[in-house]
Design a binder for this molecule. Sequence first.
Ligand code: ADP
Length: 227
Amino acid sequence: MIVPARPDVIPVNVVLIGPPGCGKGTQAVRLAERYGIPHISTGEILRGAVRAGSELGRQVADILVKGSLVSDDLMTDLVRERLAQPDTARGFVLDGFPRTAVQSRALDEMMSPARMVVMLIDVADAEIVRRMGTRRVCDACRLTQSVSEALHPDSEPCPYCGGNLVRRPDDEPETVRHRLATYTAYAAPVIEHYRVRPSFGIVDGHQHSDQVAAAMARHIESLIANP
Ligand code: ADP
């Protein structure tokens, strides 16, 4: 299904929550394109800092490889700084923050809750483990792709740009289990924080990504049409 772009419905501040591998990144890219707004992925910001060898990168490298959480203070400062950039004036899609109750309260202080649309992409654990086993990312164009089976070779050419398709270090099976356990430990209070808001939406993440995208667009645009 092709969902036409609706640049007339901006500004829109979208916050995506859900387990690792639920499709937040894929959907965030699509929403960012649809509304012409920046996609802010805290995971990508941190991985970029590690690749660049910056001070931030050195601070978080070990935490990322283990699949544990970076501190609330550091993440809150990072997101506050990013949301203060002028390109967010027409809206943004936030992917990867908040992940804890402290972070969700911090986000409310950065921005009026009335201006946020929070959506949860719901996917069962077994499906997450299956997806992460087949997930690869291109080391050149950074596109995330899925290979046919988990035992697929760890490096082969990207079909789009010829770069290397590699497994994200934190997608190793042991780390995936740890990330899922971490998500489960922290997610419930974050979901409870948002569940009571009329603008909160839950989307079934087992559907085809086109259907997930269409459900999200319907949710956002119905809120904008009926504020
Ligand atoms: P996932 O697929 O687990 O959602 P992300 O790309 O969002 O992956 O994040 C990768 C890693 O970056 C996390 O496992 C964690 O170590 C760190 N990270 C990203 N966002 C946050 C956050 N809001 N709070 C704490 N740690 C974070």
